[in-house]
Design a protein around this ligand. Structure first.
Ligand code: SF4
Length: 66
C-alpha cells in the first residue's frame, strides 16, 4: 500500500490523525495533514482505509499495489 495526500486541499479536520495516528499527523500551524508513513505496514491498512472514508475533503488516496 502507498498513501498520498493532497496537502493543498486538506482542510485540517484531523480525522485522519485520529483514525490512523501512526500514518497521519498534522502540522502545528494550520493543522494540515503531514504524512508520517507513505508505505504503512499491513496491520495499519484497515485504519488507513477508514481514514480515507472519514476525510471530509477526500484528499487521501491509497494505491493498494503501490
Ligand atoms: S482528514 Fe482529510 S482534511 Fe482532515 S486533516 Fe486529514 S487529510 Fe486533511
Amino acid at each position: 500500500m502507498r498513501v498520498e495526500v493532497d496537502t493543498g486541499m486538506c482542510i485540517g479536520a484531523g480525522m485522519c490523525a485520529l483514525t490512523a495516528p501512526e500514518v497521519f499527523g498534522q502540522d502545528d500551524v494550520e493543522g494540515v495533514v503531514v504524512l508520517a508513513d507513505e508505505r504503512p505496514p499491513p496491520h495499519l491498512h484497515a485504519a488507513v482505509r477508514d481514514a480515507v472514508d472519514r476525510c471530509p475533503a477526500a484528499v487521501i488516496r491509497v494505491h493498494e499495489r503501490g
